[in-house]
Design a protein around this ligand. Structure first.
Ligand SMILES: Cc1cc2nc3c(=O)[nH]c(=O)nc-3n(C[C@H](O)[C@H](O)[C@H](O)COP(=O)(O)O)c2cc1C
Ligand code: SF4
Length: 438
């Protein structure tokens, strides 16, 4: 299958409008505005079955269809926060092909009757934000953005907004608060953003990769797109492969290929002499899978059926040189640091779990503490305002459950090395041997 989103990705100057237009860019937008109405574009998106690429995998066309009709201000927010550890595909899309994203944003806005659009980009992506800003300027100059685009009655504005580097601002409602100039805290849902989002107006929120698909769907038709991938996971997917592999990087795959083909075929497999111990299929918040699960089809439903999730498509490979206790502790520390603190199970649960895992790592825990850690994760899951709490609880419980033996062995070894009590017991015995005491 030919690449869609990464087609031409390494063409020099693709980030400029000259090269993008020379390669057929914005022709789909012009044709759609000339020949189709918004409802027809929406129908193509729905027929494509494309699911959100930011994490939750919700059908994009269905979500766009939730926005009410009418002439009120409606908003599109492109989620370019890309903070999930292991994920770096949106960065490459924005850096190398920003106009593909802009064309997708304009078409999606046309489909949902949106007149104001934003790209919310994480603060750390300074270079990518500058590239996007330049591309937006060019798109305005060439008449692809603004009022009466290409002589039609449709118009949409587009603003690039830089975040300040908080993981929680990738959560869609925290993103909205941050965009409104407030502290980025998640909102209670419902109401959902499609009804009351930015400035309480109807808002469509989609990930960079999701929106980058739109011009391809409209160019070839929703049915054509739906034939790529599997029945319920249509299209291609960008996967960011990192960790213990020979060729880490972003790869475009057809949804449904075996995970083994991605990890071994594209990313080269583990380093010589090493074996895979575990892999995260969808970023650090996805429950880990084992080598026995490498032949699973890489699509939303198969990975969910194995008790994990496809998430953002970030595959992190852990080999046998890496301690799973360290991976678990580092994962918990990240989510503890990023918890906004608004609700108790997440604020206290991430903090407490991190402290317990530190005790495990330091050799101060007992195997019974592993049971307590596992049971606390169950109490976090499903009890938080947003899914950040679950984002820690899911991988932590998967690691503790699937690698219980390694955790117990670590506890034993670390305890033997560090427990002051064992030294205290040994010391008088040694002294006795040396004849220092009677
Ligand atoms: C804690 C948290 C962080 C998130 N971070 C991101 C992110 O960085 N980028 C992203 O696109 N979606 C992120 N999401 C998912 C968004 O809330 C939302 O589902 C997504 O932007 C919708 O776009 P999509 O349907 O195209 O995937 C995050 C969700 C949570 C709970
Ligand atoms: S789950 Fe965590 S990050 Fe989400 S609202 Fe609650 S405290 Fe904040």
């Amino acid at each position: 299958m030919d690449d869609l989103l990464f087609h031409d990705i390494d063409e020099p100057g693709l980030n400029t409008i000259e090269v993008y237009e020379r390669r057929g860019g914005y022709e789909t937008l012009k044709k759609a505005l000339r020949e189709l109405d918004g409802d027809r574009v929406l129908a193509e998106l729905q027929a494509s079955g494309v699911r959100g690429r930011g994490g939750a995998g919700f059908a994009m066309g269905t979500k766009a269809g939730f926005l009410p009709k009418g002439t009120m201000d409606k908003y599109l927010c492109c989620n370019a926060d890309e903070s999930e550890p292991g994920t770096f595909k949106d960065r490459e899309l924005m850096q190398k092909n920003p106009h593909q994203l802009i064309e997708g944003i304009v078409l999606a806005s046309f489909a949902a009757g949106i007149n104001k659009a934003f790209i919310y980009i994480r603060g750390e992506y300074d270079a990518q934000a500058s590239i996007l800003e330049a591309a937006v300027r060019e798109a305005y100059e060439h008449g692809h953005l603004g009022e009466n685009i290409h002589g039609s009655s449709f118009g949409v504005s587009l603003v690039v907004h830089r975040g300040a580097g908080a993981y929680i601002c990738g959560e869609e409602t925290a993103l909205l608060d941050s965009l409104e100039g407030k502290r980025g805290n998640p909102r209670l849902k419902p109401p959902f953003p499609a009804n009351a989002g930015l400035f309480q107006g109807p808002t469509l929120i989609n990930n960079v990769e999701t929106l980058s698909n739109v011009s391809h769907i409209i160019k070839h038709g929703g049915e054509w797109y739906a034939r790529i991938g599997t029945e319920k996971s249509t299209g291609t997917k960008l996967v960011s492969v990192s960790g213990c592999v020979q060729r880490p990087g972003n790869y475009e795959i057809e949804l449904g290929v075996p995970a083994r083909e991605i990890i071994f075929g594209l990313a080269g497999g583990p380093l010589p002499g090493r074996e895979i111990k575990a892999w995260f299929p969808g970023g650090s918040s996805s429950p880990v899978l084992t080598p026995a699960e490498l032949d699973l089809a890489y699509d939303f439903d198969t990975i969910a059926g194995a008790g994990s999730m496809l998430g953002s498509g970030a595959i992190i490979v852990i080999d046998d040189s890496v301690s799973i206790v360290d991976v678990c502790l580092r994962t918990a520390m990240f989510y503890k640091h990023e918890s906004c603190g608004k609700c108790t199970p997440c604020r206290e649960g991430t903090n407490w779990t991190t402290k317990m895992l530190q005790r495990v790592s330091d050799g101060l825990a007992t195997p019974m503490d592993l049971d307590i850690i596992a049971s606390v994760q169950k109490q976090i899951m499903g009890n938080c305002l947003c899914v950040l709490g679950d984002a820690m609880a899911m991988p932590v419980s998967s690691m503790v459950n699937k690698f219980r033996g390694e955790f117990e062995a670590h506890i034993e070894q670390a305890r033997a090395k560090h427990t002051p009590l064992s030294e205290a017991v040994r010391a008088p015995l040694d002294l006795t041997k040396q004849g220092a005491i009677a």
